[in-house]
Design a binder for this molecule. Structure first.
Ligand SMILES: *Cc1c(COP(=O)(O)O)cnc(C)c1O
Length: 235
């Protein structure tokens, strides 16, 4: 227990989020050192989905600029009005994308992490041609091969990456995964790392509130942290 004479609970949301962010950055640092990696090679993606605006404003005030959202419409409503004020904002789509939202996603996001099928690639290419924006694309891999989960099966990945390059002229900047709930995440992180290494793909988006340190030890370049940073989601 903390000594009541010296323990000062954060007196508002701003302090709580500033403190949580510093703690997470320090934990990333430690995990990176353990893996003989540079902490500068790991980016904290603040997952702002379903969080009250006051908490997001607190993160912005603390200097945070990289945010992950899992729904296009929610992200548009939240971020389109704030974009002009924060030109260095980086918005990342981490949720499944329907082809009929491809244009909206290309218009808003800087990184789309959930490319997992050819039909979506086709829609993204068309949307990018129309808007002139070229968000970075990551391919989501269903490392646990869960039938209900989005993402490409690991065995389909080599052919898919080849199609992206040769058929669509797309550069894939990273891979992303969400390990199955209730399983040790490390083997999934290791698998994603292997696939990326085999194909010369530089970025790995993996690790969430419960396992981001493990992900960093396995080579994550982007960890997606929501509740550990902002607190329990509302909505
Ligand atoms: C919600 C979400 C996260 C963040 O989850 P926390 O456990 O709150 O850190 C990370 N990645 C994806 C794809 C998500 O949908």
């Amino acid at each position: 227990m903390s000594n009541p004479d010296t323990f000062h609970p954060p007196h508002n949301e701003h302090d709580a989020i500033t403190q949580a962010r510093a703690d997470i950055v320090a934990a990333i640092d430690t995990a990176a050192q353990q893996a003989r990696r540079s902490a500068g090679d790991v980016t904290l993606v603040a997952v702002s989905k379903k969080q009250p605006q006051a908490r997001i404003d607190a993160a912005l005030a603390a200097g945070h600029r990289v945010f992950g959202e899992n729904r296009v419409q929610e992200a548009q409503q939240r971020w389109a009005p704030r974009r002009p004020e924060y030109p260095d904002l980086q918005l990342r789509l981490i949720g499944p994308l329907q082809t009929n939202k491809a244009q909206d996603a290309v218009d808003l996001f800087d990184v789309i992490e959930t490319l997992d099928r050819e039909k979506l690639a086709k829609a993204l290419v068309k949307a990018m041609a129309k808007s002139g924006r070229t968000p970075q694309l990551y391919v989501q891999i269903n490392t646990g091969e869960e039938p209900q989960k989005a993402g490409l099966a690991p065995t389909d990945t080599p052919q898919f990456l080849q199609r992206m390059r040769e058929e669509y002229g797309l550069t894939i900047h990273g891979l992303m995964c969400i390990p199955p709930a209730g399983q040790a995440p490390a083997p999934h992180f290791a698998l994603l790392h292997d696939i990326a290494a085999r194909h010369g793909i530089p970025n790995l988006s993996m690790g969430m509130s419960g396992d981001y340190q493990t992900a960093v030890r396995h080579g994550a370049t982007h960890v997606r942290v929501g509740s550990a940073l902002f607190g329990t989601r509302t909505a």
